[in-house]
Design a binder for this molecule. Structure first.
Ligand SMILES: [Zn+2]
Length: 529
């Protein structure tokens, strides 16, 4: 007798092919059958008439390692049908933390994970202590974290000894179950690393059959050079490269999506193992301090705070931004396009723009930003509208570009329900399946499902997830294609998506008739040996 039979749904299996009417049987955590009008007996039958039955969605780029310990039910993700999250992205991982370095790590990640405790830990300890959650999790170790542990926030090449230490920590992490290495070359200390340092670490990945993902060195005026740098890692080392949250930031670069996609597609056609992901929004989120020139953070957070009090430093910042735009984001039309998302020390400012804050204080925007960073010790996150819809749509449409929210699993109540975070934390996958498919007709439903299941599984090298096939893990979502939609907005972000009725994770019903059952059936997914 099967555990579960999902009956009479429109099965879209994640391959990109057309859907068909079928029943999906689940037994012992695996798909037991996909067949029309199944006669298999089951302990529980779910009627999926009029709904789509698809593999659980893969959120290929997230930072939920910062929130799953506080929100193990992964509410904002599971309610969209996400059953697997890839975490440890953009160079940031919670572990390893070497003895005496916990405070450094806390200061460094406070703008991303203000409510998380950081303590000394090896990666193996971290994996062992990782909580039971409602979603499956793939863990990566972060290059910025490894560099922070060895060279702090110093702007210099690492010594041979330090590089050796980073290689050893990487090997330990891979042996303990890390899927691969992520880099965050856009910000300190990752941006202090040259290509050779990354290639050395990529060769360690190669030895383990592990992967590399990268938040590139630049996403605005040097985005083409940055894409070439990422492709070169794959070409030089043979390691699979995942380019994170592909975008064109800053007015100088608007309209370049087709050309950027063509550059990556050409590499793929040459056989270079490179994939990319994107979120379907024109607005990014980042620590406020990251808008400032990169040298501002040299030497660490306390050094940054000292520096920002100095009038000449502010003049230099003002000149650099006037000349070349905001670090990582390029030129934007107005400071009203930058708004406070989460400000742990000054929560009352959530939702206000930096333009508004500058006007109300009667200071110029650079002083307003510098004062703000000093006042909150660099812990504030902002939203910045720095992309254009046309580019976002072009990237969203591409059938080979996977879907990554770049967002944390949040809940509308509790500690993660604070501030005004990016709506992508609640709505990325539902936004693609609803507005992008149904309203904007950017892509077909089958293509959209494939991007977040089969195509993502292929990019990760996962064989038994992201597909509805006999023997695969039973990660399944049932949703209404006419109703699925994100409901999270910039003004009211803490709203769950609509239209998902059932989510099954490793065979366990976790969303049942739209409600969370409390099941914590996810597991840490490890690379096959
Ligand atoms: Zn990133």
């Amino acid at each position: 007798m099967d555990d579960l039979l999902i009956r009479s749904g429109h099965v879209i299996d994640g391959s990109g092919g057309p859907g068909r009417e079928a029943d999906v049987a689940v037994l012992d955590g695996r798909i037991a059958a996909v067949e029309p009008r199944s006669a298999r007996p089951a302990r529980r039958v779910i009627d999926a008439r009029g709904q789509v039955v698809a593999p659980g969605f893969i959120d290929i780029h997230t930072h939920s390692d910062f929130t799953l310990p506080l929100n193990p039910r992964a509410e904002s993700k599971i309610r969209q049908g996400v059953t697997l999250e890839v975490v440890g992205n953009c160079g940031f991982s919670v572990a390893p933390v070497l003895p005496g370095r916990a405070q450094l790590q806390r200061e460094y990640l406070a703008s991303s994970a203000p409510w998380l405790e950081f303590r000394e830990s090896t990666f193996a300890d971290y994996v062992t202590a990782f909580p039971a959650t409602s979603v499956n999790v793939i863990l990566q170790v972060g290059h910025n974290t490894l560099r922070l542990m060895t060279a702090g926030l110093d702007n210099r090449p690492v010594t041979a000894g330090e590089l050796g230490a980073m290689e050893r920590m990487l090997e330990e992490a891979l042996a303990a179950g890390a899927w691969g290495l992520s880099s965050g070359l856009f910000t300190a200390p990752g941006n202090f690393a040259d290509a050779a340092e990354i290639h050395t670490l990529a060769r360690v990945l190669r030895k383990y059959g592990a992967a590399y993902s990268t938040h590139m060195r630049d996403e605005s005026d040097q985005v083409f050079e940055a894409v070439r740098e990422a492709i070169t890692v794959a070409e030089a080392t043979g390691v699979h490269v995942q380019i994170a949250h592909l975008k064109l930031s800053g007015v100088n670069n608007w309209g370049g999506a087709a050309k950027l996609l063509a550059e990556i597609e050409a590499a793929r056609q040459r056989g270079v193992p490179v994939d990319c992901d994107a979120y379907p929004y024109d607005t990014a989120t980042n620590p406020l301090r990251n808008l400032l020139p990169r040298w501002v953070m040299e030497g660490g957070i306390p050094a940054m705070l000292e520096r920002l009090r100095v009038r000449d430093v502010r003049t230099r910042i003002r000149d650099e931004i006037a000349r070349s735009g905001l670090t990582n984001f390029g030129r934007i039309p107005s400071w009203d396009l930058v708004r406070v998302a989460i400000s742990p020390q000054m929560p009352e400012n959530a939702g206000r723009t930096l333009g508004d804050i500058a006007r109300s204080r009667g200071v110029d925007p650079i002083d307003a930003v510098a004062d703000y960073v000093v006042d909150d010790r660099g812990e504030t996150r902002i939203l910045i509208t720095s992309m254009t819809d046309a580019d976002v749509h072009e990237i969203t449409r591409a059938p080979w570009v996977t879907v990554g929210s770049d967002g944390n699993a949040l809940a509308v109540t509790g500690v993660t329900g604070q501030g005004k975070p990016h709506p992508r934390y609640y709505g990325t996958h539902a936004h693609v399946l609803g507005p992008c498919v149904r309203d904007l007709r950017l892509l077909t439903l089958e293509t959209a499902v494939a991007k977040m299941t089969g195509v993502a599984a292929r990019a990760l090298g996962l064989r038994d997830r992201g597909v509805l096939r006999v023997g695969a893990w039973a990660d399944v979502v049932v949703f209404d294609p006419a109703r699925i939609a994100d409901r999270s907005t910039y003004e009211e972000p803490h709203r769950y998506a609509a239209g998902v009725s059932t989510v099954v994770v490793n065979g366990q019903v976790t969303i049942d008739d739209g409600d969370h059952t409390g099941a914590l059936a996810g597991r840490v997914v490890r690379r096959a040996a």
